[in-house]
Design a protein around this ligand. Structure first.
Ligand SMILES: NC(=O)C1=CN([C@@H]2O[C@H](COP(=O)(O)OP(=O)(O)OC[C@H]3O[C@@H](n4cnc5c(N)ncnc54)[C@H](O)[C@@H]3O)[C@@H](O)[C@H]2O)[C@@H](O)CC1
Ligand SMILES: Nc1ncnc2c1ncn2[C@@H]1O[C@H](COP(=O)(O)OP(=O)(O)O)[C@@H](O)[C@H]1O
Ligand SMILES: [K+]
Length: 513
């Protein structure tokens, strides 16, 4: 596990927020020239640490990203590396600080053509950073094309040129980097796909921007990490009993019984005091045979909704999950819809996953209208497209914004799943998760995630925290199990991950370490 002590370390800044941070730093008394000097030094240091002496080509663009490049070139030359530099821009248009470091370079400034790549072992990509607003064209595009064709290793400054640091989208062609050095804080595009894959190793360098500027920015996005929510984690109480740990009620469908069983197992393992699976009577025997610590309640033929409603009257059932294996074929679809609406209209804290979402693909507004209380929905991209087609159309390349808009529109905390899961709250807060390994892409792993979430909700965690904690723990367990993982492994390996998490975040705090 990769631990860091401070919640504010996890802030993510868009390009415009970074621009404001930069300005606020200058107002606070840090000269822009010092920021650029520090940025260039951080890049040069990272290069010197990772590569041995080789022929370096620094490609400088027209803005301040290029300015950083002039600094790097000078420092690598001072370290006795063979350095060439090519500049795409005009000196008159450089910012004062970039112009300063252009003059300071003093070496040859070569023509910006692909010939400069000849005999280069390493490219420093100082072409475009946060200021890129449109796809690379002309000479810049030709250069990136040639770098890719020749397969020359790249160290990118701030972001690989061509990547939108705020969204992780490739604006056009992008030069993939082996190493990216960014400044002050990560940007969403370093974590969201395809950006994350194009950055290679990511280093975040301190360039002297005071932490206090963060207070002025009203930031609403973070990288997922326990620092964000461990204080609200429902650790078992010494004097607690099972009723202190909540009672999750999970709807189980008639034919795909494995899905909700995984959800139930996940909810138990994450610490719900009690878990009941409520299932149509026809499937009861299957469930009852398979489950031990989980209780199985019967829903009578043709009165499943009424029976479910009755279970909801018991105030101890304090968190509900509907969706995994709920069923979408014919009559099952109608029943799934009824169960969802029943849970929502009684204002129960509810997790909606899988079929509970797809059952409303024809009329998503019906679902959104029913959401008035605490609710978490966990769509994968396919389910999301069915519920939020307009959002996908208006912001196709911006997962962070899509999740935020969906949360606002629906009134639920939205967990938009994938390798770069985004958790968004209707109030605008959003968290990007980056610890999930590809091994999690296996049938049933989302069902277990829904179980982790409902299990934490049952223990009283608030929806945004519960969703963020569950997604992070899910990723950690995925890493712990590794290749060969199947969904059944996730609940079973959770205790090991929870122990490590507890040791670091709870016991260490208690003992003051
Ligand atoms: N705290 C900060 O914000 C700091 C920023 N620094 C560097 O400054 C960079 C941001 O600088 P800028 O805002 O000048 O932006 P960039 O250096 O990314 O470039 C913007 C320039 O490129 C032009 N441009 C944008 N898209 C283009 C395209 N497709 N084709 C041709 N030209 C295009 C713009 O008109 C503008 O002149 C950061 O990425 C970072 O590397 C560092 O100097 C240190 C401090
Ligand atoms: N390539 C990937 N890398 C990391 N995590 C992934 C990847 N693909 C899927 N996941 C995660 O695995 C889970 C799959 O959930 P879902 O798509 O609902 O599948 P299922 O319905 O089979 O349970 C989600 O938590 C998702 O974020
Ligand atoms: K760059």
């Amino acid at each position: 596990m990769n631990y860091k002590p401070n919640k504010s370390d996890r802030y993510l800044l868009t390009a415009s927020e970074m621009g404001r941070a930069d300005k606020a730093a200058v107002v606070a008394g840090v000269p822009a020239i010092d920021l650029m000097a520090a940025a260039g030094k951080a890049v040069a240091d990272a290069v010197l640490e990772r590569w041995s002496r080789c022929s370096v080509l620094v490609l400088c663009g027209p803005g301040n990203n290029g300015g950083d490049g002039f600094v790097v070139a000078k420092l690598l030359k001072a370290a006795d590396w063979p350095v060439r530099l090519a500049f795409l821009g005009s000196v008159e248009k450089l910012s004062p600080e970039a112009a300063h470091f252009y003059q300071a370079w003093q070496g040859e400034v070569e023509d910006y053509s692909v010939n400069v790549l000849d005999q280069s072992d390493l490219v420093i990509d100082a072409m475009f950073g946060a200021g890129l607003t449109r796809p690379l064209e002309g000479k810049a595009r030709d250069m990136v094309d040639a770098i890719i064709a020749r397969d020359i290793p790249v160290c990118a400054i701030d972001v690989p040129s061509g990547l939108d640091g705020s969204t992780g989208a490739a604006l056009g062609l992008v030069a993939p980097a082996e190493l990216t050095v960014t400044f002050f804080r990560k940007k969403p595009g370093h974590l969201l796909l395809p950006g994350r894959g194009l950055c290679g190793e990511l280093v975040v360098a301190d360039i002297g921007i005071p932490e206090t500027v963060l207070n002025e920015l009203n930031l609403q996005a973070w990288e997922n990490s326990p620092e964000l929510w461990y204080r609200n984690y429902p650790w078992p109480r010494t004097d607690g009993h099972k009723f202190h740990r909540g009672h999750a009620l999970i709807y189980g469908g008639e034919s795909m019984t494995g899905a909700s069983r995984l959800t139930a197992r996940g909810a138990m393992r994450i610490g719900a005091g009690l878990v009941t699976l409520a299932v149509p009577i026809k499937a009861w025997a299957v469930y009852a045979t398979a489950m031990t610590s989980v209780m199985v309640a019967k829903l009578e033929v043709s009165q499943e909704q009424e029976d479910f409603e009755e279970l909801l009257l018991d105030p101890r059932h304090n968190a509900i999950a509907v969706g995994p294996g709920a069923g979408l074929a014919g009559f099952e679809r109608i029943r799934t819809r009824k169960i969802v609406v029943t849970a929502l209209t009684t204002n129960h804290t509810t997790v909606l996953d899988a079929d509970a979402l797809s059952a409303f693909s024809e009329d998503p507004q019906t679902l959104f209208d029913a959401i008035n209380g605490p609710c978490v929905m966990t769509p994968h991209e396919g389910e999301f497209a069915r519920l939020f087609p307009e959002i996908n159309k208006s912001h196709p390349d911006d997962k962070l914004t899509r999740a935020r808009m969906a949360a606002k529109l629906s009134g639920a905390v939205v967990v938009l799943k994938g390798a770069d899961t985004v958790i968004a709250s209707p109030d605008g807060r959003a968290i990007i998760n980056a610890n999930a390994p590809a091994y999690l892409a296996t049938g049933g792993s989302g069902d277990v995630l829904a179980g982790f979430i409902v299990g934490l909700l049952a223990q009283g965690m608030l929806p945004f925290d519960a969703a963020s904690a569950a997604v992070w723990l899910h990723g950690e367990v995925g890493n712990d199990v590794g290749i060969g993982l199947i969904a059944e492994d996730l609940p079973e390996h959770l205790p090991k991950v929870l122990s490590a998490f507890q040791k670091h975040y709870f016991l260490a705090q208690k003992s003051g370490k």
